[in-house]
Structure formats: C-alpha cells, structure tokens
Write a protein that binds this ligand. Structure first.
Ligand SMILES: [Zn+2]
Length: 317
C-alpha cells in the first residue's frame, strides 16, 4: 500500500466532504511514491512540470494531462512546500519562481499558440513623469522598457498588486531593480532605483512604493526604466498605458497577440547591423552588404549627408 493514496476526482469515492478519501497523514511519504508531477516538486524544489495545483480547504487537486487527482489532508511538509511555492499566476508560470534571472522561463512564451487576454483591473501608474525614451530599437539593440522621467528619491509604485520576485543589483544594466509578479500573469520590472524598499517574496498592493527613483546602473540622468513582460517576453508598455494621461488604453483587458509578437521578434532577429569603423562611408557599407545608400538611409532614418561616428551601429538589413 503506497503511503500516498490517489483518488480520481470523478470517482464515486469523492463526496462533497471528501470523507471517503484516505487521509494522507503519513509523514514518511517519500517522493518516489508520489505521482511524477509531485515528485518533481521535491526534486526541483519549485518546479512542477505539467501540473496545476488547486489548494482547497481539506484537499488539494492536482490537475495533470492524464486527469485530476485529489489529495485529502496532505502531509504537513507537502502542504508547507506547496504554500511556500504558491506565487501569483503559478499555473501560467508552472511554479517557476526564482530570483536568479529576470527571464528564467526558457521557451515557455514560444510554446504559446493562442492570444492571451490579460485582465487590467487594479492598475496604478508606477510614476507620473513624461517618457524620455520609448520601447524599441535604440543604438543597435532593443530597449525592452519605457523610460519615465523621475527625480532621485521619487516614489516608484507597483503597477498592480503582486509579489516581489527579485530585488536585484545590476551595475551595468538595471542598477537597483525590482521585479514583481502579478495575478493577471504579467511581470513588471522597475530599474535604476536609488533604493529598493521591498523584500523578495513580499506581497504588495497596487500603488505600493517599491523603491525610490534614481540613476543607478546604465543610466544617464535619473529615470525609471519600466518593463512589462509575459512569460519573460517584454512588450511595449505604451501599448497598454497612455503615459501622456497616465491611463490604461483599455481598462478591462489587454490582448497579447502571440502571432504578431512572434513575427515582430523574427523580424528583429533578421535585422543586421554594422559597427562603423575608421574610414567607413555609407556607400562603402552599402557595397559591403549588397544594398544601396538610399536603403541604408531609410532603415536608419538618416540623411545621405550624415557623418558616421566610429562605433555607431548602422542597420544594414
Ligand atoms: Zn530604459
């Protein structure tokens, strides 16, 4: 007899009280006796592959692709582990929760097929300043957020209620930064802070002051670098938020067009840049890449008379 009993959800053995279920009070239950997905929870600490968990009073429902199983009164250590591992939008993120990287989600975004409808309720503007630099291509690489003018010491607020996944220090990039996970499935990133004021794992309401604005990391002039991501994939915050008015463009939901996002990324991947060296000219670069000066000027939005700077990146495709 296994230490952990599994009863299918639709089995006659399940009544509304769950009284017929075996009690899982064997504290010696070992990972090898759990279904594969729960064993994964022990093996990887935070990772459950292919399972969704639903925590209810008196029972835990584990949904797997082979059907649902119900646990009544899991052993305390199992409950503890599950509660420790319960974070916003866990089912979307398959229980991956780590402070090691801003995007630890591998190919999870790529495996999405359907457009994602994200509820927008409860939004608060992170900072009221004007946009100093938008999301998009900038100096030969993608700028994955919107830069908002703030003064050192200004309050930087949570865009939605959520839980703090990372409080980090990235001297060559974000500076002091905070990453939040929200119940709607989005994650938001707040960079160049002078001082974070929250701790990892802390649950915060919308509008909560996460830290103070600053100029840390790769930043010239104090500003907030604000990112919105879904499964690690950054999107243009200005598509959701009208920064001129501080209001959401659609207060109900934002639809992430998966096909369009993948297409845009494929186009970005196909882009090619040339780093300008001493003696380079537009016509020389055009010859080298089999294009024309006119096309180069269109791609880079420059005039043919533009003086090239050494080290500057010129888009050639
Ligand atoms: Zn930025």
């Amino acid at each position: 007899m296994p230490a952990v009993d599994v009863v299918p959800l639709d089995s006659a053995a399940v009544d509304s009280e769950g009284d017929e279920l075996e009690e899982l009070d064997d504290l010696d239950a070992r990972a090898s006796e759990l279904p594969e997905c729960l064993a994964g929870l022990f093996a990887h600490d935070t990772l459950i592959l292919g399972c969704e968990l639903e925590l209810l009073p008196q029972k835990i429902i584990v949904r797997t692709k082979d059907g649902d199983v119900v646990y009544k009164l899991a052993p305390q250590f199992l409950l503890d582990t599950m509660l420790i591992n319960h974070h916003p939008a866990d089912s979307i993120y398959r229980h991956i929760w780590t402070d090691e990287r801003v995007n630890p989600y591998g190919t999870m975004f790529d495996s999405l097929k359907e457009d994602v409808h994200v509820p927008m309720a409860g939004f608060r503007l992170p900072a009221p300043g004007y946009v100093t630099s938008p999301y998009g291509w900038r100096r030969g690489r993608i700028h994955k957020g919107t830069d908002i003018k703030v003064q050192v010491g200004d309050s930087i607020r949570a865009a939605w209620a959520g839980q703090v996944r990372i409080v980090g220090w990235d001297p060559r990039g974000y500076g002091y930064f905070v990453v939040l996970r929200h119940e709607n499935g989005l994650e938001t990133v707040y960079g160049h802070l002078s001082r974070p004021l929250v701790d990892e794992y802390e649950a915060v309401p919308a509008g909560y002051v996460l830290g103070l604005g600053g100029n840390t990391g790769r930043s010239t002039g104090s500003h907030l670098h604000f990112e919105i991501r879904y499964l690690g994939e950054a999107m243009n915050p200005a598509n959701l938020i009208d920064f001129a008015t501080g209001e959401l463009r659609n207060k109900e939901e934002y639809v992430i067009g998966i096909k369009a996002m993948k297409q845009a990324r494929a186009e970005q991947a196909a882009m090619k840049y040339h780093k300008v060296r001493s003696g380079d000219t537009l016509s020389g670069i055009a010859r080298k890449y089999g294009t024309t000066v006119r096309k180069l000027c269109q791609l880079n939005k420059i005039k043919e008379t533009k003086i090239l700077q050494i080290g500057q990146k010129i888009r050639v495709r």
